[in-house]
Design a protein around this ligand. Structure first.
Ligand code: C2O
Ligand code: CU
Ligand code: CU
Length: 497
């Protein structure tokens, strides 16, 4: 199919979606500035030079709150004296929508995966098994592991193949995740359901006074937007957008129209933007504040008070909402920037004994040395649709773009070069390590970004400096985490020696 025709068909699809969600409440409050990074919703006037506008993304349908949120199981170890997990990528069938069965992919189940728990200092074995009818890989996003255990596109498992990997957990407590990474096929496999969370705990997280009861006041939340066809299927090829596939239907932990029952207490939400391309700005519908306690790779030094938090694809944030301190808990929900209801809360009327909350959480710092280091690597993100590049090049599995020495800190500058449409946010991610943001356009990052990161939103025209060190050797990917951009070659490789 020619590019033009594809574009036109895509446009028609996008307009159709906008048409259906127009009657939802959320669409009334039109979102101008929100999701400046995504360029999906457009009308004829925004088509220019065959390119699409960077503004306006179809709103999500409000969650009606009729389904209790699914809480993924915690995976149990195969052994009692050590941590050995078995993870199978498999096909599944789930009744997500009423009266319809959706064909999905999942890890050890029909859709998404269980939560893996690692302890810092432990050696972990994972038996990975591919029961799909296509190649896949098992990538541990945010985990500091040797290149060969990282699950990048070089380490594919064919259908039926198994592999045991082993690594030591050397990093601090954090919420990470795992997903497939086969070259050119990542978007579709994630879209259909392959993703799961990893919790790392350490002696610090063990002693902190923060909510820790899994599924009760410590809640995993994987946010993903999808498009279901009339048969209730996730027909990726039909809805795929080269510039990032955006859906009108939200799944949280695989649940459509979710509601989260909570007690009147502090509740910790571990937010993951697991979407292919959509950005989320999470806030309470009352406008009241909450605190953020963790970034992608660990705790912030202190809880940071916020009214909203934005996550681009693959970013995580842990927040605590104190339901005992809110003005009213009736009709309370987590909403997106444009007002669409993401997750209604069903708050019990009974007060629970207020728990304390630690005010000192970590000792993260960007050192003066790191602040003054010269830039030694430049990354230029550019383009849209399938014309996306890094430093003018598309991914080539045979080409190593950079090398860096193990254990040596360098400063990289990531520049998002605008295009003639103004550009879009690219969520930039690096494998195998956690890094520090030194500055954004020369300015210290906001308080809630002063923590370990493995993915960062780089805005059009922006230059972000990061201080980065790799603890292990190997070949690692760096790429845009809009999954279609990644699959379209907006990815490079660094070899750590
Ligand atoms: Cu979330 Cu290359 O990964
Ligand atoms: Cu990754
Ligand atoms: Cu991108």
């Amino acid at each position: 199919m020619g590019k033009k025709i594809q574009t036109v068909m895509f446009l028609m699809g996008a307009l159709l979606i906008s048409g259906c969600s127009n009657d939802t409440q959320s669409n009334d409050q039109n979102n101008q500035q929100s999701n400046e990074g995504n360029h999906h919703m457009m009308d004829d006037s925004t088509m220019e030079h065959g390119h699409m506008s960077h503004d306006n993304v179809v709103s999500l349908k409000d969650s009606t709150g009729v389904n209790e949120l699914n809480i993924p199981p915690l995976l149990t170890s195969d052994a009692t004296d050590r941590t050995e997990y078995t993870i199978k990528a498999q096909t599944g069938k789930v009744d997500i929508l009423d009266g319809m069965t959706t064909e999905t992919l999942g890890y050890n189940g029909d859709l998404l995966g269980p939560v893996l728990q690692f302890k810092k200092g432990e050696t972990i074995k994972i038996n990975t098994i591919n029961e799909l009818d296509q190649e896949t890989t098992f990538h541990w996003h945010g985990l500091e592991v040797p290149g060969e255990a990282d699950g990048g596109p070089h380490t594919t498992l064919s259908p039926g193949e198994k592999e045991q990997i082993e690594f030591k957990v050397t990093q601090e407590a954090a919420t990470l995740w795992f997903h497939p990474h086969p070259e050119g096929k990542t978007s579709e496999q994630v879209y259909k359901g392959l993703a799961g969370l990893i919790y790392i705990e350490d002696s610090n997280s063990a002693k902190l006074e923060i909510p820790k009861e899994y599924g009760k006041n410590d809640i995993p939340l994987v946010f993903q937007d999808r498009i279901f066809d009339e048969q209730g299927q996730l027909d990726y090829k039909a809805v795929m957008n080269e510039d990032g596939t955006i859906g009108d239907t939200l799944l949280v932990n695989g649940t459509v129209n979710p509601v989260l029952p909570v007690e009147k207490e502090q509740v910790r939400l571990r937010l993951l933007n697991g979407s292919n391309a959509r950005n989320f700005t999470f806030k309470l519908n009352t406008g009241e504040s909450f605190v953020q306690i963790a970034t992608d790779g660990g705790f912030l030094n202190k809880p940071v008070k916020l009214n909203e938090v934005t996550l681009t694809p693959s970013e995580r944030a842990e927040i605590i909402i104190d339901f005992s301190q809110l003005n009213s808990t009736d009709d309370l929900s987590l909403i997106n920037e444009d007002g669409s209801i993401l997750l209604p809360f069903d708050v019990s009327h009974q007060e629970v004994d207020g728990t304390e909350r630690s005010e000192q959480l970590n000792d993260f710092a960007v050192t003066d040395e790191e602040k003054n280091m010269p830039v030694t690597k430049n990354i230029e993100l550019f383009g849209m649709m399938d014309h996306v590049t890094i430093n003018g090049k598309k991914f080539d599995p045979e080409r190593i773009d950079f090398t860096q020495e193990q254990g040596v800190t360098e400063v990289w500058e990531i520049y998002n070069k605008k295009d003639m449409m103004g550009g879009m946010i690219h969520p930039f991610h690096i494998h195998g390590t956690q890094f520090k943001i030194v500055s954004r356009d020369g300015v210290e990052p906001k308080e809630n970004e002063r923590g370990w990161k493995d993915s960062i939103a780089v805005h059009p025209g922006e230059k972000v400096k990061i201080a980065i060190q790799f603890k292990h050797k190997g070949v690692y990917m760096f790429h845009c985490h809009i999954l279609e951009h990644e699959d379209n070659g907006m990815m490079g490789q660094i070899e750590v020696k």
